[in-house]
Design a protein around this ligand. Structure first.
Ligand SMILES: *[C@@H]1O[C@H](CO)[C@@H](O)[C@H](O)[C@H]1NC(C)=O
Ligand SMILES: *[C@@H]1O[C@H](CO)[C@@H](O)[C@H](O)[C@H]1NC(C)=O
Ligand SMILES: *[C@@H]1O[C@H](CO)[C@@H](O)[C@H](O)[C@H]1NC(C)=O
Length: 292
């Protein structure tokens, strides 16, 4: 939710995996939009030579097209996501501020999302990761054009976990049974344990942040394979937790590597694995975007 950086966005990369063969010219392409959270321009080696942690993204940049003057509609979570999914600025779609854990509203229900448009065109649609466009009633992604959802309804610092990850200052784990052990910290959310949802069901609470990346990759892989098996084109919106705090890199980063760098590598590896999955579908079928 706190977004220290970036009102001007950096989109980074798009790669069309070679143009379709003539006989496939009428096939609908698949779309994957990977939205990294709080990523900085210099976080990618393609933009900043000193960054060594992003080989897969750099390869994508080298093979694809870089949009270096593409701007986010806002510097904050909910408004930038609302605009990405509606194509409308916050002053029009009504989302000018972040939704809170206590918010009952969300992206106004009269707005049309990209997922709704593509679903109408026969696409299988999935959202994986951070939603942050409302988590009550019909604001859930399942009612906003997505057939499938797997993720956290808002930012992953907006609830406590037993695996708090790295943050400055660090947040304590979820309070255990007795109120006596409760640590009250005004800059940490301790009231509600962070939930992980699959479709409309909470499948883990609190979320284990150490295994979240792996679960996102698994869910994305499964979604892509299912769509592909059913011979439907798909739209996957993959809204990563990276590089937003807390950074949930598994066990201690090795000496000489910063936590931030280790987390960048983890994000890059995730993108590499998604790319591998779409490569296995065959060239020319999928348009992959990576943006921040
Ligand atoms: C949805 O309703 C609000 C408030 O009436 C309005 O400002 C907005 O333009 C509407 N959106 C669409 C897509 O019509
Ligand atoms: C989630 O919804 C999708 C689409 O309706 C369905 O195929 C899938 O089985 C559901 N997953 C779970 C775990 O309910
Ligand atoms: C969280 O996931 C990690 C990696 O899978 C695992 O090693 C750890 O035991 C889990 N922690 C909790 C509290 O479940």
């Amino acid at each position: 939710m706190r977004t220290p950086f970036s009102w001007v966005m950096l989109v980074v990369v798009a790669a069309l995996m070679k143009l379709p063969a003539p006989q496939a010219a009428y096939e609908q392409p698949n779309f994957i939009v990977i939205l990294a959270d709080d990523v900085g321009w210099g976080d990618l080696g393609a933009n900043w030579a000193e960054t060594k942690e992003t080989p897969h993204l750099d390869e994508l940049a080298a093979e694809g097209t870089r949009f270096v003057d593409f701007h986010s509609a806002a510097s904050t979570c909910s408004p930038s996501r609302a605009s990405l999914l509606t194509g409308r600025l916050g002053v029009r779609n009504g989302v000018t501020h972040n939704f809170a854990v206590t918010s009952v509203g969300g992206l106004p229900l009269n707005e049309t999302t990209l997922a709704e448009v593509l679903r109408g065109a026969g696409y299988s649609t999935g959202a994986i990761g951070k939603w942050h466009l409302g988590h009550h009633g019909h604001h859930h992604p399942i009612f906003r054009g997505f057939d499938y959802y797997f993720g956290i309804p808002y930012s992953h610092d907006m609830g406590c976990t037993d695996t708090p990850g790295y943050n400055l200052p660090p947040c304590p784990p979820c309070p255990q049974h007795s109120m006596a052990t409760r640590v009250v910290r005004k800059d940490c959310y301790t009231e509600v344990a962070l939930p992980l949802l699959e479709n409309l069901t909470i499948i883990q609470q609190p979320v284990n942040l150490s295994s979240l990346t792996e679960r996102y990759v698994e869910a994305a892989t499964q979604f892509i394979q299912q769509a592909s098996n059913s011979r439907r084109p798909f739209f996957l919106y993959l809204a990563l937790a990276h590089m937003h705090v807390p950074l949930g890199v598994p066990p201690p980063p090795t000496m000489g590597r910063s936590i931030y760098g280790a987390s960048l590598s983890e994000m890059d590896a995730l993108v590499g694995r998604i790319k591998q999955v779409i490569d296995s579908l065959g060239k020319g079928k999928t348009l992959l975007w990576f943006t921040g």
